[in-house]
Design a protein around this ligand. Sequence first.
Ligand SMILES: [Mg+2]
Length: 290
Amino acid sequence: MELTRMKVVFFDLDGTLFDHHHSLRLAIAAMQRNYTGLTEKTVDELIDKYNIALQQAYDAYLDKVITYEEADVRKLHLFFSSLDLPEPSLDEVQKFRDTYKAVYRKNRRATSGSIEALARLREHGYRIAIITNGQVEDQTAKVKAIGIHHLIDRIITSEEAGYRKPDRRIFQSAIEQLGASLDTTCMIGDSVESDIKGALDAQLVAIMYSPTAQNSQKLLFGQQITIIQHMAQLLGHLGIGGYRVQPHFVSTPGRLMIEGIDTGLVWEPRHCLQVSKEGAQRDCSSWLKE
Ligand SMILES: [Mg+2]
């Protein structure tokens, strides 16, 4: 596998470029605070149950068994039933949904290092697409919310493509849309089944993104798959010099100055921190934390 030959990079969105786990944790914790029936369990237990319910309901939607709106209700019914709690009324479902969505959306952010990695890839002339199972509107809004829309050439959704990962045809469609070739395109994703299996079936090089992984390689579907725990490692595998971030904070009354950040990369907007390109170029003191 010669990763240094790559010219096009496909990314999964949820759990890969988008920090789904961060939003999920805060949204579940908010639901727990609003409903006494959930206080018996830890947030981690609730997250596990919720993820299973979410996957089952979402699969039913993708299989066209239920509509997208019905999937929301089904998800909460499955979640409550897995906790041996009574089925919530439609009113309760609405309340849970409102609480969950508001907190989830408010806390959307990119995964650690992905904005820098995307910016550096573009700087080196790579073309970048997102391949995601989901709806155009939702996924595009998410991409915009986490500040990476301008760094992406195309978003390919299962809704638009008519196929969903791991079906090789969604990858083939992406290759056609970008005018890419198989031997210079790789796929990065966090799902063994959807991303890795799908990419390998489509004859693409696959890299697994797994922040909690202990190993840097894993045998999957008969192939040694490279695992990265942080997006900065992707740049190294592609032969691109990594970015150096060794921030040093200097605090004076009314001003917070940050030194030691790669100036070429800091002005991409991200959660909690906004630095303008002009500000970064003009004066380091413009790097203010909101
Ligand atoms: Mg994913």
